[in-house]
Ligand binder design. Structure first.
Ligand code: UDX
Ligand code: UDX
Length: 471
């Protein structure tokens, strides 16, 4: 039977980087080469200053320190590493298409296809290809046909060239990626080549209990990843819809979440109301699901999943309008502090962050945003909100990034908490109150603050999902 010694991972992003770091740590007998076409990203992965790694994940620095240049290597040598590899993971991005058929919904598979073509050209011997990227159902089939076509024109020196394609979706969540990789709920492997499945299973068995390794056919595996994300997003839209109802009726969404979450059939996770879900996966995967349903003529099913996205936009816009309303119906020329720009805590990732839409809503009303986030840098904010030019049209509003909480609240009329960073839970509100213009407001869209501490500091307080009468 074939032996796996060398692994190549194409794509050194949020998925490829941490996943390979953990495999390298748990399997010191394997050599792992993570390759990427983005030179700057690879340079950052190789930086001696570990605080410059391209992504922030608790626990990642320690593993990189231990394994980098031992059995974990980052480079741009895509072709060489494909040639050397016994197993190749594909972890490139699959964004929503912006042009052509399916634009706005379908996944753009151009990078997946280009990976398949590169593998077809450079691989040697029996090579196992593992889809890590979240992909539309039946993508493995496309990869396999590109690879099989290449076999037909095969030169004699490569006569033993052979490909197996497996689906092995990654379920890690950002901010807890390392822990999720070390202690996953399950590992899903889809495919029909029993030998290839066994070889991949053997890698995971180095640290994961065999009964957590689930084997399915390849289409179930691809679809399960889309559906897991769709179900998680659906729970958030459900609880966010309930948050609005709680605010109207006098119920408290925290109490409702707790009460329903204790029902073991419902479970207590993913029931926190908030400003709407963000992140690179939920929206993209639901759009993709909608596209697949429509492709197969399942219009009602497509409509059902679309409503999950509709509620998500609605919640962001509802919260924006409500804040403007509380600030006497106008925020033109006012200062609003934004606490948190990342789509969740413990990550520097801003992709699809609810902060983007909410900040844009405020900027369109001509206010000045004072943004504080412990991990998101100014360049990242600029790529979402546009440059913060000095002399902008006062009707359009402007933003500034600050490096301390205190600096970001000077003369502010309101603070809007958008990310649940730990440090926002321990703020000395009486000190903050002195720095703000009155009447001052705190809008807590994550329900992380203690009401009494804020109101006793002479600041008005609003919380998502809790009626004014109560808060
Ligand atoms: C991506 C997908 O978005 C997600 O759906 C999937 O589950 C895993 O891969 P992520 O790792 O967060 O998630 O993406 P990203 O951080 O953008 O990393 C992808 C990397 O692939 C980038 O660094 C990009 O430069 C690289 N890439 C892309 C290649 O090396 N080669 C290519 O042809 C295309
Ligand atoms: C998600 C999936 O959890 C993961 O399995 C998959 O591999 C990738 O997509 P991620 O996007 O990194 O992971 O983070 P997640 O913790 O799922 O949070 C997504 C969004 O939902 C965040 O904006 C978060 O703040 C929000 N959320 C989550 C809520 O608003 N309420 C909750 O109760 C939970």
């Amino acid at each position: 039977m074939k032996k796996i010694r060398k692994i190549c991972c194409i794509g050194a992003g949020y998925v490829g980087g941490p996943t390979m770091a953990v495999i390298a740590d748990k399997c010191p007998h394997l050599e792992i080469n993570v390759v990427d076409i983005n030179k700057n990203r690879i340079k950052a992965w190789n930086d001696n200053d570990l605080s410059k790694l391209p992504i922030f994940e608790p626990g990642l620095e320690e593993i990189i320190k231990k394994r980098r240049n031992q059995n974990l290597f980052f480079s741009t040598q895509v072709e060489d590493q494909i040639k050397n590899a016994d197993m190749i993971f594909i972890s490139v991005n699959t964004p929503t298409k912006t042009h052509g058929i399916g634009a706005g919904f379908a996944s753009d598979l151009r990078w997946i296809e280009s990976c398949a073509r590169q593998i077809a050209k450079y691989a040697e011997g029996h090579t196992i290809i593992v889809e890590k990227s979240t992909l539309p159902v039946r993508t493995a089939e496309k990869i396999k046909s590109i690879l099989d076509l290449s076999l037909k024109g095969n030169k004699p020196k490569n006569a033993n060239l052979q490909f197996s394609v497996l689906s092995n979706p990654e379920f890690l969540a950002e901010g807890t990626a390392i822990d999720d990789l070390i202690n996953p709920d399950r590992i899903l492997i889809g495919g029909d080549d029993m030998e290839a499945i066994k070889l991949l299973e053997d890698i995971y068995s180095n640290w994961i209990d065999k009964n957590k390794i689930l084997k399915t056919n390849i289409w179930s595996s691809e679809l399960s990843k889309l559906i897991a994300n769709a179900f998680l997003a659906q729970r958030i839209s459900s609880i966010n819809s309930v948050s609005a109802l709680c605010e109207k009726t006098g119920a408290n969404v925290i109490e409702v979440s707790r009460a329903i979450g204790m029902d073991s059939r419902i479970g207590n996770k993913f029931l926190n109301a908030g400003p709407g879900f963000g992140g690179s996966c939920f929206k993209k995967d639901i759009l993709n699901l909608i596209y697949i349903c429509e492709f197969y003529g399942l219009k009602e099913v497509a409509k059902y999943w679309k409503s999950v996205l509709d509620i998500n936009y609605w919640q962001q816009n509802r919260i924006s309008s409500l804040i403007i309303d509380k600030l006497f119906g106008t925020i033109s020329g006012k200062k609003i502090s934004i606490f948190g720009f990342a789509f969740k805590s413990n990550t520097n990732d801003t992709r699809e962050s609810p902060a983007i839409n909410i900040c844009k809503n405020f900027l369109n009303e001509g206010c000045e945003l004072l943004i504080y986030d412990p991990k998101v840098n100014e360049k990242e904010i600029a790529s979402e909100l546009g440059k913060n030019e000095k002399n902008v049209d006062p009707n359009i509003g402007n933003w500034h990034k600050f490096y301390t909480i205190e600096d970001s609240v000077k003369n502010a009329d309101a603070i809007v908490i958008l990310t649940e960073w730990e440090e926002f839970k321990n703020i000395k509100w009486d000190l903050i109150s002195e720095l703000m213009r009155k009447p001052a407001w705190v809008f807590d869209t994550r329900n992380i603050c203690k009401k009494e501490e804020i109101t006793k500091s002479d600041i008005n307080f609003w919380q998502v999902g809790i009626s004014d009468k109560e808060s």
